[in-house]
Design a binder for this molecule. Sequence first.
Ligand SMILES: Cc1cc2nc3c(=O)[nH]c(=O)nc-3n(C[C@H](O)[C@H](O)[C@H](O)COP(=O)(O)OP(=O)(O)OC[C@H]3O[C@@H](n4cnc5c(N)ncnc54)[C@H](O)[C@@H]3O)c2cc1C
Length: 540
Amino acid sequence: MSDSAPEVDVIVLGTGCAGLITALAAADAGASVAVYEKGAKLGGTTALSSGVAWLPANKYQADHRVSDSIADGRAYLTALSNGMILPEFTEAFLESVNPMLEWAEQRTPLRMRLVPGYPDYHPEFSGGKPGGGRSTEPELFCFDQLGEWKDRFLGFRRPMAVGETPVGGGTGFLTPEEEAERTSQNLEGLGRALLGALLKGLLDRGVEPQLERAAIRLITEQGRVVGVRFADGTQARARRGVVLATGGFERDPELVTAFLRGPVSHLTGAVTNTGDGLKMAMQVGAKLGVMREAWWVPVVAEPGDEDTQYALHGVQLVQRERTLPRTIMVNGDGRRFTNEAANYNALGGAFHEFHPTHFRYENQPCWTVFDQGFVDEYGGFGVPAGGEMPAWVTRADSLAELAGALGLPAEQLAATVQRWNDLSARGHDDDFGRGDSAFDGWCGDRRHYPGPLATLGPIDRGPFYAAPLYSSTLGTKGGPRTTVDCEVLDVEGSVIEGLWAVGNAMAAPTGMVYGGAGGTLGPAMVFGYRCGRAVAGAPA
Ligand SMILES: Cc1cc2nc3c(=O)[nH]c(=O)nc-3n(C[C@H](O)[C@H](O)[C@H](O)COP(=O)(O)OP(=O)(O)OC[C@H]3O[C@@H](n4cnc5c(N)ncnc54)[C@H](O)[C@@H]3O)c2cc1C
């Protein structure tokens, strides 16, 4: 390795939530830190996200009279584990939630708060919270504090908190005065607020990320990782460790085919997440875990601007449009196949159902089908109530015509809709239990929440509409196995000295579970904090 390569204690690769919080925790613990980012902008998928972090038994709950405990969090994760969560990760996660939040409040500009009422994603499981209390979000952050760095994040300015949006239980509207006030102060919410606050903490400690510096190889000496080589041919050296915070491998088709358990298409998130950290870890003999899993999500594809949140690279996440009354999902046989209002991650299971005789994924492609009543009352796909659906949504005067346009069996589609209308009239979905869970109606018609009518309602007023729905992901979950302090393990289970991994680059601490809103960023924050402390030599 070149003697002239710059040397610090800790190198962090990637500037999403996991990378920045790790870098900040390490710098705050006294380490010298260098942060390298592959993209031309900061923030990765985190910058496009809502910035919600799922943190059981968190310190804000007391003010909202939420009853929670580490024991409840443990019971919940254990009940959902399916053998994929290592118990020591559950303990480390739950025990570090409040130390991480205390540290953030005392030592950094980051301020989190509760999104009141947001139910867990499987709230009826042991230890689950139907009334919410575990989903937190960053307070609005003033980007003017970042000086020349304020325009260097991926995504665009969103001056709202998630609790103010329909997904978080709000209206989605600010008063003109509030809007003007936030604009004049350059306030932002959601994922960029989280990142902005973390970056401010780093800048205050003299750490400036370096953009367009893609790491491609780890450098080892006598089995220890001592540095990295970049795509531009330069190198950097780390005395204490190199942290892989490079996100998932969802943008590498070969890795996706090799590892993921079912089909994904129409990807969301940062295009730079091509599994570089995974490849580097494999090159030095890392043991891998949770490789088949991702943070699954259904999406629609529309022509759109790559830089807007709900048109990520022409793709929109679909939540309200499958949850509100007057809409169902059908497969190529024209049949319903699942509880459409279930959480997006769990729906991956329905999309990955494989028929042994047909030898195909039975529920891909599929469509969300809705009626004029839905359009008039709720709107959807970015269109306000009563607006005109975009051209990429199929519209027909009758269900038979709709079936013809989509190539679905008309009689079956008519029977499916009739059955749905009958069940809606009876007030219970006997077929798939939609509306049974406290989560189901959360993104539905809030006038009827809680209760099944927040999500049940007939499809009976033409014209009728359909939009194709694809199985996608917010990011993959697999990566190198680590200790609870994020040191990467080799195939024999021994620590690879000098190598660490966090966020979507590590084998997910929560296995196949998405505990509640913020289920990816919550663990990323907690384990990033643990990693940063530990790599700096001051374990949490
Ligand atoms: C629209 C949307 C909304 C979401 N909302 C939420 C939410 O509210 N709550 C939640 O928990 N999750 C949410 N998610 C998921 C969440 O955003 C991601 O799981 C999370 O941001 C991953 O964080 P990370 O730091 O591991 O990776 P990222 O934020 O993706 O950061 C990885 C970074 O590493 C960089 N990188 C890659 N390779 C290299 C390399 N070789 N060298 C240097 N740098 C490299 C990338 O360019 C990128 O900047 C959402 C996702 C989307 C798409």
